[in-house]
Ligand binder design. Structure first.
Ligand code: BGO
Length: 272
C-alpha cells in the first residue's frame, strides 16, 4: 500500500524546489477539483510507494483564499499519513504561525527547517532540539537548493507514516482560550468529527468558520451553545474571536522563539 505525504508551507519557503528534488520527473501536474489551483503530485525517487502531494503555499489555514481552502480541505478530508511542514529558517516567526495550526490536526508531522544554509551564513543560531520539543515535532535542517538534509527528512516522514496513529496536539494558547476550547469539547458530540482532529474542529467552530461548520452536522442547540462560548470569550478579551486566537498564537510563538533563536549579532546567549 502506498504512503501519502503532504508538503505544506508558506509561499517562498522552497517547497517547489524540495518537491522537484523528491520527485524529479515522476510528477503529474493538474488542477484541484473545481478550482484553478495547481495540483502537483509525484512519486518519491527511489521509492515509488511514497506519493508526495505538494499543497499550495499559504500563510494560514483560514478560509479566505482558494489556496487556503484547498490545502486545509486536503489535510482534513484526505488525511495524509504524514506531513512535511517546511519552515523558512530566515523567517521563523511568520512561518511558525502556520505550523501552530497544522499541529492542531493531529497528523504526524516533521518540520523541514529550510533555507538553513542562508540562516547559518547570516550567523543566526537556532536550538533545533529545544524548538522541536516546544512544537512537539522532529525538526530536520534542510537546504532544498543544495539538496542537503532531504534524505534524512523523507526517511523521518516515511517512518512516522508507517508508524501510523496520531499526535495529541499541545494546549499552547492562553488558558482562558483553552478553557473555551474545553467547553466546546464538552458539547461537541463524540462522532461528528474525526477523533484525532477534534482540537482543530473545536478551534474552527469557536472562530465561527462557517465552511467548517457546514462540514459537520450539528443541532441548532449545539450551534447556539458554541456561539455563546465565542461571545463570552470576545467579551473577556474585548476583541473579535479571530484576533484573540491570532494574538494568542503569536504570543506563544514569541515565547518559543525567545528561548530557541538568536539572531546574528545578538549578544545574549540561549539557555539550555
Ligand atoms: C529563486 N536554500 C537556499 N539558499 N535557497 C533556497 C532553498 C534553500 O534551502 N530552497 C529554495 N530556495 P521555491 P516555493 C531565486 O528562484 O521552491 C530558493 O514558493 C531566483 N530565481 O531556489 O520556488 C529557490 O515553491 C533568483 O529562488 O519556493 C528559489 O515555496 C535569485 O528560494 C526561492 C535568487 O523557492 C523560492 C533566488 C530566478
Amino acid at each position: 500500500m502506498s504512503i501519502r505525504i503532504a508538503l505544506i508551507g508558506n509561499p517562498n519557503c522552497g517547497k517547489t524546489t524540495m518537491f522537484n528534488a523528491f520527485t524529479g520527473a515522476n510528477q503529474y501536474v493538474g488542477n484541484w477539483p473545481g478550482v484553478t489551483v495547481e495540483k502537483k503530485e509525484g512519486k518519491l525517487k527511489g521509492d515509488k510507494d511514497v506519493i508526495i502531494t505538494d499543497l499550495p503555499g499559504i500563510y494560514s489555514l483560514s478560509p479566505y483564499t482558494l489556496e487556503e481552502v484547498v490545502s486545509r480541505d486536503y489535510l482534513v478530508d484526505e488525511k495524509p499519513d504524514a506531513i512535511i511542514n517546511l519552515v523558512d529558517a530566515t523567517n521563523l516567526e511568520r512561518n511558525l504561525y502556520l505550523t501552530t495550526q497544522i499541529a492542531e490536526l493531529g497528523i504526524p508531522m516533521v518540520i523541514a527547517l529550510n533555507l538553513i544554509d542562508v540562516s547559518k551564513k547570516r550567523g543566526d543560531v537556532i536550538n533545533i532540539e529545544k524548538l522541536g520539543h516546544a512544537i512537539g515535532a522532529k525538526i530536520v535542517e534542510t537546504s532544498a537548493l543544495k539538496e542537503e538534509g532531504l534524505d534524512k527528512l523523507v526517511a523521518e516522514a516515511v517512518s512516522l507514516a508507517k508508524k501510523g496513529g496520531s499526535v495529541t496536539p499541545a494546549k499552547v494558547l492562553d488558558p482562558v482560550i483553552e478553557d473555551a476550547i474545553k467547553k466546546v469539547d464538552k458539547i461537541l458530540p463524540e462522532d461528528v468529527v474525526d477523533r484525532t482532529m477534534r482540537r482543530w474542529y473545536e478551534i474552527k467552530l469557536l472562530e465561527r468558520d462557517s465552511k467548517i461548520a457546514d462540514k459537520i452536522k450539528l443541532t441548532a442547540s449545539v450551534k447556539n451553545n458554541i456561539e455563546d462560548i465565542t461571545k463570552e470569550l470576545e467579551k473577556d478579551f474585548d476583541n473579535d474571536v479571530e484576533s484573540i486566537i491570532t494574538n494568542a498564537r503569536y504570543d506563544y510563538i514569541v515565547d518559543v522563539i525567545k528561548g530557541t533563536f538568536k539572531r546574528a549579532g545578538d549578544k545574549t546567549t540561549l539557555s539550555d
